[in-house]
Write a protein that binds this ligand. Structure first.
Ligand code: PMP
Length: 448
């Protein structure tokens, strides 16, 4: 359907336009190449469209400005890290205040109890604990689950992503569990640690848990890291029943699905996980993640948590739960990611979805677009029901072109996805700008 020669030449032209309009970023990229591995502070930063990364000068609300002075509508929002919108004034003043009064002492600060109560109110889980990143929170939760059940394995969804957690970087190859393509230097063979099941497949889940060796099922309530895949009607209710029947702890990772509302999909859809993980935006950009658990799980964990050896238990992080983290989280949760914020952001995502769907329909493309709360994403295939179907439709060349075309016209999409995230700071004209740019890209691609 897409003429690949045409795609190549369009991409080359966009690449040229990118280079010409970003001389200062190009210069900084050359400088950084000298001392930084792959020329960037962390590897994902090589994954942007364009032959060198854009260097950012400042970000505020729904926009950022690069070092060449160009302004963009930010639909990436730091891949959810800035879902609140950039540079919240409440977080700026909380951080400034802590800067004058100490960031970290390894003792609790007066914000800690407020934050715990707020998480409890939002998500319905009884007791909470913190980590620096959602990756760490997931690692800690899996460790607790193995400790509590005495079982060695974890179960995850095929093509899931839960951060850099070794056991979760696994996919199915037929019936075999193998490292996810690209996973570097796995520390243990994932076939020994992990059972993998396709999303939306209850029979496969039942069979995987029936082995009796799975401590926890860790999953997103909707997959968000391989395009977006929504659960079938009744799927999550049955997942809850199956995990209970097999004595498996159900861990819901809300790090991305927090887009569904102030208490994530758990509150929006009335889910009842045993444990819940949330990270990324809850500190307004300061690294914080949290995990909650039912009273029943907490009661069973209290003993070891207060024990003499907890400092070497494999759960920790010296800067975790610091006064800085608690102050930033309190400032964020008291001024952002609230009902009224979602009431402003979600209609923008709906408008974006309708705009993209309109272009897809107009050109009769076999693509689709999905929305979950303030997050929406298009993908180059009809709606898949599981991760393997979505992975089969990955088209790096086409994706790269769509991203670069948008970037060159002042709209940033999320890398590794075709995802747009909305905050209350975006406007309808931001959305319409994307629809216009997306429509023009498709017309160019199809030569219309
Ligand atoms: N869980 C989910 C669902 C995620 O998408 C991610 C990161 N994209 C993580 C956990 C890990 O977050 P972090 O990289 O901040 O540790």
């Amino acid at each position: 359907m897409i003429d690949r020669t045409r795609l190549d030449s369009l991409r080359t032209a966009e690449e040229e336009r990118f280079r010409e309009s970003h001389p200062r970023s190009a210069e900084l990229a050359r400088e950084a190449d000298h001392s930084l591995l792959a020329g960037v502070p962390m590897p994902w930063m090589t994954r942007w469209a364009g032959s060198f990364p854009l260097f950012v000068d400042s970000a505020g609300g729904a926009r950022f400005t690069d070092v060449d002075g160009l302004e963009y509508v930010d639909l990436c929002l730091g891949d959810t890290g800035a879902m609140t919108g950039h540079a919240l004034p409440s977080v700026a003043s909380a951080v400034q205040d802590r800067a004058a009064h100490g960031f970290t002492t390894m003792m609790p600060s007066s914000d800690a109890a407020w934050v715990g109560e707020e998480l409890r109110r939002r998500f319905g889980l009884d007791r909470w604990q913190f980590a620096m990143t959602a990756t760490d929170a997931n690692r800690f939760v899996l460790r607790f689950a193995r400790h509590l059940t005495g079982r060695p394995k974890v179960a995850v969804m095929d093509w899931c992503y839960h951060g850099t957690v070794d056991e979760t970087l696994a996919v199915l190859d037929g019936d075999r569990v193998v490292p996810r393509p690209g996973a570097l230097g796995p520390q243990v063979d994932v076939a020994l640690t992990t059972r993998v099941v396709p999303f939306n497949d209850l029979d496969a889940l039942d069979a995987a848990l029936a082995h009796g060796d799975v401590a926890a099922l860790l999953m997103e309530p909707a997959l968000t890291n391989i395009g977006m895949i929504l659960p079938d009607e009744g799927y999550l209710a049955r997942v809850r029943e199956l995990t209970r029947e097999h004595g498996v702890l159900w861990v819901v990772d809300e790090t991305h699905t927090l887009c569904a509302g102030p208490g994530g999909a758990t509150a929006a859809w009335g889910l009842e996980p045993d444990l819940l993980v949330v990270g990324k935006p809850i500190g307004g950009g300061i690294p914080v993640a949290a995990y909650g658990m039912t009273a029943e799980v907490a009661d069973r964990l209290e003993g070891p948590m207060r024990g003499h050896e907890i400092d070497v238990a494999g759960v920790g992080g010296t800067l975790t739960g610091s006064a800085l983290a608690m102050a930033a989280t309190r400032a964020t949760l008291s001024t952002a990611l609230r009902e009224e914020d979602f009431a402003a952001a979600v209609p923008l995502a709906t408008r974006w979805t309708a705009g993209v769907a309109g272009v897809i329909a107009e050109h009769d493309l076999p693509w689709h677009v999905q929305q979950l709360g303030c997050r929406a994403e298009y993908w180059f295939c009809p709606p898949p029901r599981n991760g393997a179907d979505a992975a089969a439709a990955i088209d790096d060349d086409l994706e790269g072109f769509m991203h670069l075309w948008a970037l060159n016209r002042g709209v940033l999409l999320t890398p590794f996805h075709n995802m747009a995230l909305f905050s209350p700071h975006h406007t309808e004209s931001d959305v319409d700008r994307h629809t216009e740019v997306f429509g023009e890209a498709v017309e160019e691609l199809l030569g219309r």
